[in-house]
Design a protein around this ligand. Structure first.
Ligand SMILES: Nc1ncnc2c1ncn2[C@@H]1O[C@H](COP(=O)(O)OP(=O)(O)OP(=O)(O)O)[C@@H](O)[C@H]1O
Length: 364
């Protein structure tokens, strides 16, 4: 009886042991999982905090007043010169160009951009202004023989003014107007040199700059000429600062940008093709002549039509016709302009390929 009682009393203790072990095991697993989760969340939060702190420290300081990139310009002289009544050089929906003489005798061209829509919360935001400032710093750091360098900029509460070297010869548009009005003679070799300079400037933006920079608004008013008629590209990469670029009517904008606002390096190439077409024909791309021509409605279609009919010679500006060797070069240049003006971006050559094609023209 005693043994039975002992047996019965020992039974429950042996049954609870595995249960207790199970519960204990579960507790250990749970605390390990909880520990790992807390550790992970803590580590993520810590990493986020470090990232925000690093971003804050690295943030470009928000600059006030003129930012100068040239030792020849001082902040005080620039501000007082810009406040004066200055000679208007050009004007568009994005702002006005003024010729300004500084106290030290240096002449600069200042583009005073249209005020931002101060009601727009986007333009009011400091991060947008900071991004514009960073972009201007990048543009100021660009150095190339065929780019016009940014010498300074002034940020006011609602607008930017951009300061460049003054170019007494003005722009390619001014020069071509002089040619059309018979005030200026621009021989083929000079026009070819201008085309080569423009494409070398684009090659630098497309292939040397990292990340790649697109011009966005290439046209003859944005190609400045120095005293030797060497071109310098103006207003590169300023799409954010110039929201009112008039692409539809300029005649230099690629079809894909007008149709679906898709802009690539090949869109810059289309604009270059149009400039080459203007240099070869002397005509404006918006000339009503193209609307009436049987070949279609544009300079590109007209050139393609004449080239395919073997009559490209008809397209050339009569004032540059001369030696036979040069005319062969011009006919090759018409072919190049026609491929640049292809409707499909992929059919257009790159700026790299164009530098080779155009610099080899002399040997054709
Ligand atoms: N650095 C400069 N030196 C001399 N003339 C200049 C200079 N920069 C601009 N210009 C003159 O200003 C004209 C261009 O003016 P503006 O840039 O306002 O016109 P746009 O190119 O049609 O406009 P946007 O670039 O806003 O589309 C040029 O054709 C040239 O006559």
């Amino acid at each position: 009886k005693e043994r039975l009682i002992r047996q019965l009393s020992s039974r429950p203790s042996s049954a609870t042991k595995p249960q207790e072990f199970k519960i204990g095991f579960k507790r250990v697993i749970l605390s390990i999982v909880l520990g790992i989760l807390t550790g992970l969340i803590g580590a993520i939060l810590f990493a986020l905090l470090i990232k925000i702190a690093v971003q804050y420290i690295n943030q470009t300081p928000f600059l006030k007043g003129p930012v100068i990139f040239s030792p020849k310009i001082s902040s005080k002289t620039l501000q007082s010169a810009l406040a004066n009544e200055n000679q208007l050089l050009g004007s568009s929906s994005n702002g006005k160009y003024y010729k300004t003489v500084l106290d030290n005798g240096l002449t600069v061209a200042a583009k005073v951009l249209e005020p931002f829509d101060s009601g727009s919360p986007e333009m009011q935001s400091k991060s947008v202004k900071r991004r514009i400032q960073q972009e201007l710093e990048v543009l100021a750091s660009l150095r190339h023989r065929h780019l016009r360098s940014l010498r300074a900029y002034v940020r006011e509460s609602d607008r930017f003014s951009l300061v460049y070297d003054y170019m007494p010869m003005g722009s390619l548009e001014d020069a071509m107007n002089g040619v059309r009005e018979n005030h200026l003679e621009l021989r083929w070799d000079v026009r070819l040199r201008i085309a080569v300079g423009v494409i070398k400037g684009l090659q630098y933006l497309h292939f040397t700059c990292v990340p790649q920079i697109l011009h966005y608004n290439l046209k003859p008013t944005n190609v400045m000429l120095d005293a030797e008629f060497e071109p310098r590209l103006a207003d590169c990469g300023l799409a954010k600062l110039m929201p009112n670029i008039d692409r539809a009517t300029s005649g230099y904008c690629a079809p894909e940008c007008l149709q679906n606002c898709r802009y690539t390096d090949k869109s810059d190439i289309f604009s270059f093709g149009m400039i080459l077409g203007v240099l070869l024909t002397g005509r404006y791309p918006t000339d009503s002549f193209f609307r009436e021509a049987v070949s279609g409605g544009s300079l590109g279609q007209w050139l393609r039509h004449l080239q395919q009919a073997g009559e490209a010679h008809e397209a050339l500006d009569k004032s540059i016709l001369g030696e036979e060797v040069e005319e062969d070069e011009m006919l090759m240049a018409v072919r190049i302009a026609v491929v640049c003006l292809s409707d499909l971006p992929d059919d257009r050559p790159s700026s790299d390929e164009l530098v080779t094609m155009l610099t080899q023209l002399h040997s054709f």
